[in-house]
Design a protein around this ligand. Structure first.
Ligand code: NI
Length: 182
């Protein structure tokens, strides 16, 4: 296992589209090692998720996990979820505003509208097909990570930049304002 270097905003890899992983390659040592390294990297930097683009690899793989996370103290727990070749379909039109940050956009937070409920279809790390419905924060993280795999970052999804905050100012002025009202 290894902690990988995380690309920051401005690196072209964050704007490129990751390629689907052929299902027969998912169980290969190379892909399994990449997944292990992504999990270790996400945990090292207290990310709620990490997409392969962020570690300079254009494969459609993301990992998600929220346990006790100092970057998201109020977030509900999400068990480790490995998402390969995700297809995200909104369920209904309802969106919700919420705060997001990104390991590739260090020290910033902003309010992003996301679909409240989505269906996720993907493969897991055992090459099994997965289909699940996610809501609220889990749905938000899935949308954030799936966006990365298409070269999109959360800043692109903000309605405007009036909430964009440096983390030190966010702790002073926004912490405790749990979710932005629509
Ligand atoms: Ni991100």
């Amino acid at each position: 296992m290894a902690i990988l270097k995380v690309a920051r905003l401005g690196h072209p890899v964050l704007r490129q589209v990751a390629k689907p992983v052929p299902p027969e390659e998912i169980r290969s040592p190379e892909v399994q090692r990449l997944i292990d390294d992504m999990v270790e990297t996400m945990r090292e930097y207290d990310g709620a998720g990490l997409a392969a683009n962020q570690v300079h690899t254009l494969r459609a793989i993301a990992v998600i996990e929220v346990l006790a996370n100092p970057r998201y103290p109020d977030a509900p727990h999400i068990p480790l979820t490995v998402v390969i070749n995700p297809v995200v379909t909104p369920i209904g039109e309802e969106t919700e505003d919420g705060w997001e940050g990104c390991l590739s956009v260090p020290d910033l937070r902003g309010v992003v509208p996301r679909y409240r409920s989505i269906r996720l279809e993907c493969y897991d790390r055992d090459a099994q097909k997965v289909s699940l419905i996610a809501k609220d924060f889990f749905a938000r993280v899935i949308q954030h990570e799936s966006d990365h795999l298409r070269g999109t970052v959360y800043l692109d999804r903000m309605r405007d930049f009036s909430t964009l905050s440096h983390i030190a100012e966010w702790n002073k002025h926004w912490l405790g304002i749990r979710e932005q009202a629509d």
